[in-house]
Structure formats: C-alpha cells, structure tokens
Design a protein around this ligand. Structure first.
Ligand SMILES: *Cc1c(COP(=O)(O)O)cnc(C)c1O
Length: 226
C-alpha cells in the first residue's frame, strides 16, 4: 500500500468515527507515529500534508528532527523519558505525551531553552491498571497535572493513555470512556487542558467515539514494524 492510500484510509476511518460519535472532524488530530521508519518515510508522509509525527525512542527521534529540520514539522515524544534523556527532549521536541513523574517534568521545564515556546505536555495515565505499566494511577492525575501546570517551561495540554488491547469494541469504548471521564474531571477542577491523546491503529474508532482529540497511528500508516 502506498503512503497516500494509507493516509487516505486512516483519515476515512477518522471521518467515519467522528460521524458515528457526533464529533466535528476538526476536533480530532492525527499524530503519525514514525518510530522505526526512516526520515525518508517521514518526508514522504509530510509531502502528503501530514504535519505531526510521534517518536518513541528519543535519540532516533532527535536524528529525524535534525535531518528534517527544514520541513517545519511538529514532533511529539510518546515514549518513556528517563532522567538522562530529558535534555534531548526539552531541546528538540514540541510535545511530550508520556510524563508520569514530577521529577521528570521539573527537569524538562528547567532544560527547555528560553528561546523556544514552552514544551507541550500530556500526563500519561495508566487507565486500565496494568501492573507493570507506565503512567500515574487515575487518582493521582489531578495532583501531577496541577504541579505540571505550574512549571514555567511547560504547557500542560492534557492526558495520554495506552490501554491494553481490548477483546472487542465495547470493551475498548469502556476503557476510553474512563479516560474521557477523568479528562472532564480535570477540566471541571479548573485545569485548562484541550488534549486527550488516545487511540492507535487498532482502536482509533472507539477512542474517537469516546472523546479522543488526538489519535496516534503508526502501523496503519507506515506498515508493520520489524
Ligand atoms: C507505537 C505506538 C503507537 C502506534 O501504534 P500502532 O499500533 O502502530 O498504531 C501509538 N502510541 C504509542 C505510545 C506507541 O508506542
């Protein structure tokens, strides 16, 4: 499948899910997850009009960001951030979706260069309680989000989830709805947030119906990963 057809088909899925969920199409953004694919593949997708790209592995992402600096793309770090990688993230990325500890957030804020806009941040929430999983437990999300919102080098944007694969659509919808409820609770508590990053190639329809504002799609766009 060519990238053009893959991109059209993902967008058609997003259109249909927005219709089914009574959402306006402009309320959901597509983040193209380019991890493991070369800069050339990103450039091809960018030529088709895609602007936002997500990377899991920080050094790999930084290499592509540098190679494609002329294209003016928006880069999102969606993978785990260790303390020794915060400087690279703060200096090169536009967004990080995977903040789940205040210490990491403080380092990112301190290390964000003054000439750049604040780094956009989502708090990763372990929404389905996987024991070994990254992310804060839901009842800690408000405290962490509030602390992140106060950091000068960061701009709190919302929440991110990576639920386990669900057995069927109804189960996927239930998990995504739990994330949407938490997101709404945080807004009700006064946090100025606009981004709910959830849904991937396999479950973007359920995520959009539940209220996702940004789906992170890799394999359905770029093909399978080794
Ligand atoms: C790899 C990855 C994705 C994309 O997954 P696909 O199933 O290939 O669409 C989305 N989010 C995160 C955090 C990922 O690591």
């Amino acid at each position: 499948m060519t990238f053009e057809i893959a991109l059209q088909s993902v967008k058609a899925r997003m259109d249909a899910a927005c219709q089914a969920g009574g959402r306006t199409r402009s309320s959901v953004q597509l983040l193209a997850v380019s991890k493991t694919f070369p800069a050339d593949a990103v450039a091809q997708m960018a030529a088709l009009g895609q602007r936002d790209f997500g990377e899991n592995y920080i050094q790999e992402g930084v290499d592509k960001i540098s190679a494609l600096a002329d294209l003016g793309l928006v880069w999102h770090c969606i993978g785990p951030v260790q303390g020794n990688k915060t400087r690279l993230v703060a200096e090169h990325f536009d967004w990080v979706h995977s903040v789940d500890r205040l210490k990491i957030a403080q380092r990112l804020s301190d290390q964000r260069p003054g000439h750049l806009a604040p780094l956009n941040v989502c708090i990763q929430v372990n929404i389905d309680g996987g024991a070994a999983k990254a992310g804060v437990v839901p009842h800690e999300a408000l405290a962490l989000a509030s602390a992140v919102a106060a950091l000068p080098g960061l701009r709190l944007r919302g929440l991110m989830t990576i639920p386990e694969p669900a057995p069927d659509f109804a189960a996927a919808l239930a998990v995504h709805r739990a994330a949407k409820d938490l997101f709404d609770d945080l807004r009700t508590s006064g946090l100025d947030i606009d981004t709910l990053s959830m849904g991937m190639s396999a479950d973007l329809e359920a995520a959009i119906q539940a209220g996702s504002t940004m789906v992170r799609v890799g394999s359905a766009l770029f093909g399978g990963r080794a």
